[in-house]
Ligand binder design. Structure first.
Ligand SMILES: [Fe+2]
Length: 212
């Protein structure tokens, strides 16, 4: 409960239906550097992924549709997955999820090399429960990730929020990562990657956890 300002001194307001976004600094510089090498190697060697990216208008390279064995291919990705498993569990605890004897399982993990001028429009990650991204290279101007209030389509007659509204009240919230930042969110949470205004590529590794 929070107290209201002087205009309504006897009232209080409860915050309900919160949306959690989990952030952690994961790994050290060596892991980030190793992962950067893996991502660049995949981007240069994975012809099928490059062709898929071209065909589907992905601005850069993604292994999303071409490589399903990153942790076996790259020991650094395997090391990253160990961190991810631990943080996904911690997030599930924070969400107060009753997993009912089932487990959170890494369902997919893929590399994104977003070239300057590239962006990724709003989307969700179907068929999973926790999604997230680990940031490998975030050059200045590469931009934040932007999350959208999932209730936005219901607010057809509501006034817009003031630009200076408290962060939890904003309809869109940007989170600026740095190399080594891990972000986790529930997979239904719509998000987008705004235009990469940097002069170099923005490199990240995204993944989904399923409940099995
Ligand atoms: Fe995404």
């Amino acid at each position: 409960m929070t107290d209201l300002p002087e205009s309504a001194p006897d009232a209080s307001i409860e915050t309900l239906f919160v949306t959690r976004v989990y952030r952690a600094a994961v790994g050290d510089e060596a892991l980030v550097a190793e992962l950067a090498d893996c991502c660049r190697l995949a981007a240069s060697d994975d012809g099928a992924g490059r062709a898929w990216s071209r065909k589907h208008g992905y601005p850069g390279y993604t292994s999303y549709a071409s490589l399903d064995d990153l942790p076996w291919r790259f020991p650094a990705v395997k090391a990253l997955v160990r961190h991810l498993d631990r943080h996904a569990k911690a997030f599930a605890r924070d969400l107060a999820w009753d997993l009912a004897g089932r487990k959170l399982e890494l369902d997919s993990i893929w590399i994104n090399v977003l070239e300057p001028g590239g962006f990724h429009s709003g989307h969700i990650h179907p068929h999973s429960v926790i999604s997230g991204t680990y940031y490998v290279a975030v050059p200045d101007g590469a931009g934040a990730i932007r999350f959208e209030d999932p209730r936005l389509p219901l607010m057809m007659a509501a006034p817009a929020r003031k630009a200076k509204a408290d962060r939890p009240l904003l309809p869109h919230v940007s989170v600026a990562p740095e190399p080594g930042t891990l972000l986790l969110w529930e997979s239904w949470l719509r998000h987008e990657v705004p235009l990469n205004r940097a002069e170099t590529e923005r490199v990240s590794i995204s993944f989904n956890y399923a409940w099995r």
